[in-house]
Design a protein around this ligand. Structure first.
Ligand SMILES: Nc1ncnc2c1ncn2[C@@H]1O[C@H](COP(=O)(O)OP(=O)(O)O)[C@@H](O)[C@H]1O
Ligand SMILES: [Mg+2]
Length: 275
């Protein structure tokens, strides 16, 4: 996280979704693309990530955790994967671990969120790390050049607003303290993809984002989380204390939602499926 990233994150956080500016052009394509090609194929993609040989690496960023873009053989379900060898520890003052990347994917699956690309533990040439599916045809908010989330055209507006709310609920639950503009990707079909979770899951109940609305189906799934279900999904990745913190943040979200409902009424707080 450099200073620009920090400024970008603060700007993103300070802008309510409804006031997001149309400062940058949306990703264009003749036919809107859905870059979440893993949906419905998660198990086979996980297996591919675990077993695929790597042809060569390129540095992905100059950041402290040195993620790499790994080039893969032709003909597979993706051209690249992201290789993150981040042994648990402190980096530039932040607790980070490659296990956070895997835990974020596992909890995404548990919640049926479908925003985190498949991520598995992989051992490569004696090094252990997280292998993340490379999402083609999506651009980060940072690469789009704006100072906040891009504004979708009218046909996508409602679905886009709802995805942004879901992503913020997810960041709050997992304590993503690094939600900078480089970590949100969007494709031409206005599907949101979230990346970069090595700093997540540390304890604390401070909310990363302030929310005035919540997605009701996602909230219902968050309410169902228990220590047992989280331990089954994440027990290999994060510790007991970190699992309990997820539940503490969920309970804090419950208090905030109760307060919002009391003040504004259920209808204005819950984003509901149209029946
Ligand atoms: N799975 C992915 N699919 C597509 N692009 C990615 C993916 N992971 C990373 N990137 C690109 O690489 C950049 C850096 O990766 P990131 O995981 O955010 O590491 P860091 O912020 O620590 O440098 C991202 O902002 C994004 O542009
Ligand atoms: Mg990043």
């Amino acid at each position: 996280m450099n200073i620009l990233k920090t400024v970008a994150a603060v700007l993103l956080l300070s802008l309510p979704v409804s006031h997001a500016v149309r400062a940058q052009s949306a990703p264009q394509a003749d036919k809107p693309v859905d870059s979440r090609t893993w949906i419905g194929h998660a198990a086979e993609i996980e297996e591919y990530l675990r077993t695929v040989p790597i042809l060569k690496f390129e540095d992905l960023s100059v950041g402290v955790t040195k993620p790499k873009k790994a080039f893969l053989p032709e003909g597979g379900p993706m051209k690249y994967l992201v290789w993150k060898v981040i042994p648990p520890g402190r980096y530039a003052g932040y607790w980070e671990s490659y296990q956070g990347e895997i835990a974020a994917y596992e909890i995404d699956k548990l919640l049926g969120l479908n925003m985190v690309p498949p991520t598995v533990e992989k051992t490569y040439k004696g090094e252990r790390g997280a292998a993340v599916m490379w999402v083609s045809s999506a651009k980060s908010f940072k690469d789009l050049g704006g100072k906040s989330a891009p504004t979708a055209p009218p046909a996508f507006e409602d679905a886009w607003a709802r995805q942004l709310v879901k992503a913020k609920m997810f960041h709050n639950l997992i304590n993503d303290v690094d939600p900078n503009l480089g970590n949100w990707l969007v494709d031409s079909g206005w599907h949101l993809v979230l990346i970069d979770f090595s700093r997540c899951f540390t304890p604390g109940t401070k909310m990363v984002h302030t929310l005035t609305r919540v997605d009701e189906p996602l909230w219902n799934r968050m309410k169902e989380l228990t220590e047992a279900s989280l331990t089954t999904a994440l027990g290999k990745r994060i510790g007991k204390g970190e699992i309990r913190s997820i539940l503490e943040r969920r309970d804090k979200m419950q208090q905030l939602i109760d307060k919002l409902v009391k003040e504004h009424g259920e209808k204005s707080v819950y984003m509901r499926d149209v029946k």
